[in-house]
Each structure stands twice: as structure tokens, then as C-alpha cells.
Design a protein around this ligand. Structure first.
Ligand SMILES: [Zn+2]
Length: 469
């Protein structure tokens, strides 16, 4: 054997052994993710025995207890990190048509709508609820009906913007017509600040909304009686944290929001993310508990009302060296990775896609950050944040923030697939000493948000934290 051949043989032997070792661990993780899936049963328990997990509600507390108990069964000790935030309680709100024909409307109050004594008022229609839509109509003392969706040539208003505009025109309340048919009422927050909404605001079904618009267009007066019993109050809650100590204190955070809207069971939003994180905990505990970097798994509380859990977590851990964050919100069957504008990590993820060729990661690696989920507060710190690209079934999207977001929509196979891919990703990141986990500075983050056109939305939501415009 020539020296050249010998070197080649050694190289092959070396790479086979490295690849073989890696494969063995990945095989174990992937095999166990599918064959020993625990997350599906845990999520069923949470959904069916506790119910929808509105921030600060008894159901949310009960669900946290179930999660803690189940984590302890797999040998994971949990830590509750308590915090106080503006909370909200849904009461027995009643909205009735008095004339032309009596009927109780199917509605849901938006978060941070505050209780108001019963009153009766006339209904008026104000298009999409833009300021200009009020010209020529007198909204003072009335209940305003507005359409949701995208008006021609314009970006849709955020609901809190439409609430403020209606209030500025003297309206007593506002009703949003859902733009999806099927007697769906889209739950959601009334604002991102936690302040009581200026006037009661409700989401209405497409069908009842269209009916009311037809009556008004035919100049038939509509009178409504409204009683709002929902109310704002401060609540104390916690994020649930499971930590894996590494050789160094610098840590990677894997997060999923644990709370949900109360109208359904939060099976998909975000039962699936919370459940995948459970199996990630189990797989790390079993196959990769000791890594170079430390790992925090965090079930954030209060995302739906205003990203409270991740906001408080980043405040409470300001001094920690957090080097990366992976967020899972409504995560389904993995199709690839999203580098979220931290493009220096694209080669790492491309390599991972290549090595995980048994999974159907057909969308590869993209870099496309969004705003409204828990990764946002980490991005504000300049911390590299990532997401899986993933596919959900149509029924899983359809009942977003609806009564129909229940456990039956959850696909067990997707949980296993995502748990395997995320655990392998975390294990690879947590032992990679070559990658430079550098935070971006303020100016770089301003540039990043602007590059992806997210600055406008953040400013509209009053969440633009930067001095630089
Ligand atoms: Zn969500």
C-alpha cells in the first residue's frame, strides 16, 4: 500500500468512525422519539384534564402541575420562575340583538377587555375600521361593526388599532367580523401592553357579521344590548424550566409557549410545541445529558396575551450568557430550518439538512424571521434565534384560536418527528465549538428587522425597543 493509499484508508476509517458514532446517537434519539413517544399521552392529559390554558387561570395552573409531575417521572427536575403580569379573566359576556329580531350573538371578548355595566346602543358599520371609514358617520354612543381582513391596496389594521380608532370617534364598543366562514370566532389579545382596552371589543362570526351588515345596508336599525363581565387583573404565574448543566455556563434556550386561549384546549396552539419540548427533555435526559454548552428548556407562560413569559425570562436572565434560542410555536412535521436572519448559521443548518436525509426536510434552510412569538424578546437581545420549518394539517390551521383547537387535531407522528429533529439539532449546537455564537449589536438588529420589513409592525405594536428609528 502506498503512503497515499494508506492516508486515504486512514481518512476513510476516521470519517466512518466519526460518522458511525454520530449515527449511533442519532439513531437512538430518532428511534426512541418514535417508539417511546411520551409527549402525545402527556398532551392528552393536559388538554382533557386541565383544558384551555389561559394565562393565570386555574386550568393553566392545573396543567402546569401535570407537566411538572410528568417531567419528574422522566427524571427531569423543574424550576418555576415566578413573575407578575397584567392578566385577564373571561367572564360570562352577553351580546344580544334587541331589534329587529332578538338573538344572542356568538362572540368572544378580546383579551384585556374590561367589565362594563349593561347598556343598549345602536349599531353602525364602519368598513375596515380605518379613520377614514368614519367620515360621514356619527359613531358617538354607538357600537361599531367592522370587517377584518385586507382592504384593497392597504395593510389590515391590527385589532388594537381599530379599537383605539373606534374609541377616538366616541364609540361605546366594537365588533370585529371574522373573515373566515364556518361560525368561527377568532380569539386574540386586545393589545400587547396589558392595559385595559379603551372600549369592549369582540370577535363575531362571519355569518352573523354579514347578516348585520345586510340589515344596516338596507337601513334597518339594529339595536344591541351588551354586558361585559370579563375583566383585567394582575396575575402571578411562572415559566417552567428544565436545565441541563454543561461544561460551560453559556447556554442554549429551547422554548415553547405553554399557555393557550381558553375557548378550545390549545391542542395545536401551542400544545404541540409544549409536547415536543417534553420529549426533547426526555431524549436529552436519556441520550445526551452532558454537553459542552448548558441547555435551558423553557415552557413560557402568557404568550397569547402579550409574550409575557419570554419577556420576563429575558429580563430575569439578562446577565446570563444565552448564546442561541430555538422557538417552537405550532410546530408540526419538520420540513427544514429557519435561520431567522442570523445567516452566519445557514451553513450549519444546511449541513444538518444533508445529514438528516431520512427526514423529509424538503424546504431546506430559509432565513425569514417573524415577530409575534417568544423568540422576539431573544432577538431584541441580539441572540441568534432559530425555528424549524414545519407543516401542519389543514385542520390544525383551521381552528387557530378557536373552540376547535382540541387534542383530536394533534398528529402523534409529527410530535415524534419534530422531537427527534430538535433534539439532534440541540445536541449538535450544544457540542459545536467551531460555531461562533456572537450576539448582534443594536445597530445590526435594527438593520436585520428593517431588512425583513418587520420594523413597521413592531412600531405599530409599540414594541420597537430601539432608539434608532
Ligand atoms: Zn402560539
Amino acid at each position: 500500500m502506498s503512503v497515499k493509499n494508506l492516508l486515504t484508508a486512514l481518512l476513510i476509517l476516521f470519517s466512518v468512525s466519526v460518522f458511525g458514532q454520530e449515527n449511533k446517537l442519532w439513531n437512538s434519539i430518532t428511534g426512541s422519539a418514535f417508539l417511546n413517544n411520551r409527549s402525545y399521552a402527556v398532551l392528552e392529559k393536559i388538554c382533557d384534564e386541565a383544558g384551555g390554558r389561559l394565562l393565570g387561570s386555574p386550568q393553566n395552573e392545573k396543567a402546569m402541575g401535570i407537566l411538572k409531575e410528568e417531567l419528574s417521572k422522566i427524571g427531569c427536575e423543574t424550576k418555576y420562575e415566578k413573575f407578575k403580569v397584567p392578566g385577564w379573566v373571561r367572564g360570562e359576556d352577553e351580546i344580544k340583538i334587541i331589534s329587529p329580531t332578538p338573538r344572542k350573538l356568538q362572540t368572544v371578548a378580546l383579551g384585556y377587555v374590561n367589565s362594563t355595566p349593561e347598556f343598549t346602543a345602536k349599531l353602525i358599520y364602519a368598513g375596515y375600521g380605518f379613520d377614514g371609514d368614519y367620515s360621514g358617520i356619527n359613531a358617538s354612543g354607538k357600537i361599531v361593526l367592522v370587517s377584518q381582513g385586507t382592504p384593497p391596496g392597504k395593510e389590515p389594521l391590527l385589532r388594537y388599532e381599530a379599537i383605539d380608532i373606534a374609541a377616538s370617534h366616541g364609540a361605546e364598543a366594537i365588533l370585529f367580523i371574522n373573515d373566515n366562514p364556518g361560525t368561527l370566532t377568532l380569539a386574540g389579545t386586545g393589545n400587547f401592553t396589558g392595559n385595559p382596552a379603551k372600549i369592549p371589543a369582540y370577535s363575531l362570526t362571519f355569518e352573523e357579521g354579514k347578516w348585520l351588515v345586510r340589515l344596516l345596508e338596507r337601513n334597518i336599525p339594529v339595536e344591541i344590548e351588551m354586558t361585559t363581565r370579563s375583566y383585567c387583573k394582575e396575575v402571578e404565574t411562572s415559566n417552567t424550566v428544565v436545565s441541563f448543566k454543561g461544561k460551560v455556563k453559556s447556554k442554549i434556550v429551547i422554548g415553547a409557549h405553554f399557555d393557550s386561549w381558553d375557548v378550545g384546549q390549545g391542542g395545536v396552539d401551542n400544545g404541540v410545541g409544549s409536547a415536543i419540548l417534553f420529549d426533547v427533555a426526555r431524549l436529552l435526559k436519556t441520550y445526551s445529558p452532558d454537553n459542552y454548552y448548558s441547555i435551558d428548556l423553557v415552557w413560557f407562560n402568557g404568550e397569547e396575551l402579550g409574550l409575557w413569559g419570554s419577556k420576563r425570562y429575558t429580563e430575569m436572565h439578562k446577565q446570563d450568557s444565552i448564546i442561541a434560542m430555538i422557538n417552537m410555536d405550532m410546530t408540526g412535521s419538520p420540513t427544514g430550518f429557519n435561520a431567522m436572519g442570523f445567516n452566519e448559521f445557514i451553513p450549519f443548518f444546511k449541513d444538518l439538512v444533508h445529514k438528516l436525509n431520512g427526514f423529509n426536510l424538503t424546504s431546506g434552510v430559509v432565513s425569514s424571521p417573524g415577530t409575534n412569538s417568544d423568540h422576539m424578546w431573544f432577538m431584541f437581545e441580539g441572540i441568534p434565534t432559530f425555528e424549524l420549518q414545519a407543516r401542519l394539517d389543514e385542520s390544525m390551521y383551521k381552528y387557530y384560536h378557536e373552540r376547535g383547537d382540541t387534542f383530536d387535531k394533534v398528529n402523534k407522528k409529527y410530535l415524534s418527528e419534530a422531537a427527534a429533529v430538535v433534539t439532534i439539532t440541540v445536541e449538535e449546537l450544544a457540542n459545536n465549538k467551531e460555531l461562533k455564537f456572537a450576539r448582534k449589536n443594536e445597530h445590526e438588529m435594527v438593520e436585520l428587522f428593517k431588512h425583513y420589513g418587520l420594523d413597521k409592525r413592531l412600531k405599530r405594536q409599540h414594541e420597537w425597543i430601539y432608539k434608532e428609528e
